[in-house]
Design a protein around this ligand. Structure first.
Ligand SMILES: Nc1ncnc2c1ncn2[C@@H]1O[C@H](COP(=O)(O)OP(=O)(O)OP(=O)(O)O)[C@@H](O)[C@H]1O
Ligand SMILES: [Mg+2]
Length: 511
């Protein structure tokens, strides 16, 4: 063992002086990070701070340019996930690596055991044993393609544990989960650490971090800001450590007079390919200068509503009128041209990764950048440089969008949609996966849109967001609008009951 490494029996992992460069960008700048046995250790930081990069190095997906990694006090060489797994390190990412047509049990065992073990009964027994040992409920015979996101995540965790992982890296595991699933995940993680496993937990949600993490390491701009103990810190202080300044949140002007309706959704119904009625007679009106939010637990029809409003699906019945134009069932390009600014639920769907930031920013209105039928590259670049500055996107016009961090990708999508001054903005999960600063920024941009007179429709599962931004809140449950209430009358309790289908609008008066 080299003398440079301190012996500390409690550390399962010790990363020392890690530096990783991408071209001239230093994504990790001389970072120290250690993980103790049996702890849940949060890794926090703004979008692009270097969290994923650091963990990808630990999992062998990237090679560090400098620095060393010790596992159980032994200097190790991790140059592929296979090496990482051999050292007992597992990673659960948001982009799952499961094989959809295979069963849960097959997915877990696949690639981890010798061929002779691949007898269905034995596989099922091994997997059931593992599931019981770690307290992670799964259905071994279910096909992965029929599972919810939360269930798939549990399969991924079990898959890592089955490979004898002692360290579990979770990169924003809760970003894709509904509140109930988050609770289940936290229960599982607590049980795992009680069995001396260690977890690295990446999240932008400070309340989650404060709920389950023992220690918290904060990165900023690729550098280590510091590691603190849960008992010595607070959400406010963590936000400050991440952003380097106080955060304020955004506030909405309270006494606005809303204008004329700009978007009218009338009696919209939608039945999907399986014959399930996803939307039932949904009617909403968004007025100029107001923010109307649609709240609800995911899977209650919000996605379908967004897809219909952006032209990705056609309703079974009902009408959508934007700025006096019937856009029911129109394709995305027509809806955009009619004045809808869209930020889709999945930001990866809103950009083309292999194109540059500048090209992506010009995508929706290429005609504006054409001179005698040819794309004017200089104009595209200038336009991009302006938006990059205005929206504080950490990238150059030439960077490929796929190399951007999640938050910066979201800013590209927002910048493109909002810079055209749409008459109506549809923002679906606008701050999912964004850091505190970027969230504040995106919300203030949405309020700016309503201040200049646009109608803003926000679809979000984040109740704080909904209450902070909206003038009115509509709650969806099982494809229906449970009720619409002024934000000033909303409380988390009231919205929660409506989201659970317990309260209808008129009954809210009793609270
Ligand atoms: N493969 C790559 N090629 C070029 N640059 C990259 C690559 N991967 C990451 N980067 C850059 O490294 C920096 C750190 O990115 P990273 O994904 O680690 O951030 P993060 O802290 O995980 O952010 P987020 O919270 O948005 O997920 C960013 O500026 C990003 O653009
Ligand atoms: Mg990341």
């Amino acid at each position: 063992m080299p003398a440079a490494i301190e012996v500390n029996a409690m550390n399962v992992v010790k990363m020392k002086n890690i530096t990783k460069r991408f071209g001239s960008l230093v994504a990790n700048d001389n970072i120290d990070f250690d993980l103790r046995k049996g702890e849940i250790h949060a890794l926090l930081g703004e979008n692009g701070a270097g969290k994923t990069t650091l963990m990808r190095i630990l999992y062998g997906l990237y090679r560090a340019d400098e620095g060393e990694i010790c596992v159980n006090d032994n200097l190790v060489n991790i140059s592929s996930p296979k090496d990482a797994i051999r050292e007992g390190i597992g990673m659960v990412t948001q982009h799952f690596t499961l094989v959809p047509p295979l069963s849960v049990a097959e997915n877990i065992v696949l690639g981890a055991t010798d061929g002779f073990l691949l007898n269905p009964k034995k596989i099922r027994r091994l997997v059931t044993e593992a599931s019981e040992k770690y307290g992670i409920a799964i259905k071994p015979e279910a096909l992965v393609r029929n599972l919810s996101v939360g269930e798939r995540q549990r399969v991924e965790i079990l898959k890592a544990l089955y490979r004898k992982a002692k360290v579990l890296i979770m990169d924003e595991p809760t970003a894709v989960l509904v509140p109930q699933e988050v609770e289940t995940l936290f229960n599982s993680l607590n049980q795992l650490v009680s069995q001396e496993l260690s977890v690295v937990f990446i999240s932008h949600k400070l309340n989650e971090v404060m709920a389950i993490c023992g220690r918290i390491t904060v990165l900023r701009g690729g550098k280590l800001t510091g590691t603190v103990e849960h008992k010595d810190t607070s959400e406010k202080e963590l936000a400050k450590m991440m952003v380097g300044r106080e955060t304020f949140g955004v506030t909405r002007q309270q006494d606005k007079e809303p204008g004329e309706p700009i978007l009218t959704i009338a009696n919209l119904s939608f039945t999907d390919e399986q014959g399930l009625e996803r939307l039932k007679d949904v009617s909403l009106e968004v007025r100029c200068g107001e923010v109307l939010s649609v709240a609800g637990v995911s899977g209650n029809g919000q996605s379908e509503l967004v897809k219909i409003l952006t032209g990705l699906k056609k309703p079974t019945s009902g009408r959508v009128v934007l700025n006096g134009r019937d856009i029911t069932g129109s394709p995305p390009a027509v809806i955009t041209a009619a004045g809808m600014g869209r930020t889709p639920e999945d930001r990866h769907a809103g950009v083309i990764g292999d194109l540059s930031v500048a090209e992506n920013l010009a995508l929706e209105n290429l005609d504006e950048y054409k001179k005698r039928g040819m794309l004017d590259r200089k104009l595209v670049r200038e336009h991009a440089a302006k938006l990059i500055e205005e929206y504080q996107i950490k990238a150059t016009p030439e960077d490929h969008v796929r190399t951007l961090s999640g938050g910066n990708m979201q800013k590209v999508v927002m910048a493109r949609a909002l810079s055209r001054k749409p008459c109506c903005v549809l923002a679906a999960q606008p701050t999912r996966g964004l850091d505190v600063g970027a969230t504040e920024y995106v919300r203030s941009k949405l309020l700016e849109q309503s201040d200049r007179g646009a109608g803003v429709l926000v679809v979000s599962e984040d109740l704080n967001e909904v209450m902070e931004l909206s003038d009115r809140i509509a709650v969806m449950y099982e494809g229906r609008i449970m009720g619409i209430i002024p934000a000033l009358e909303a409380s988390e309790e009231k919205l929660g009951l409506m989201m659970a289908g317990v309260l209808e609008k008129d009954e809210t008066k009793i609270l």
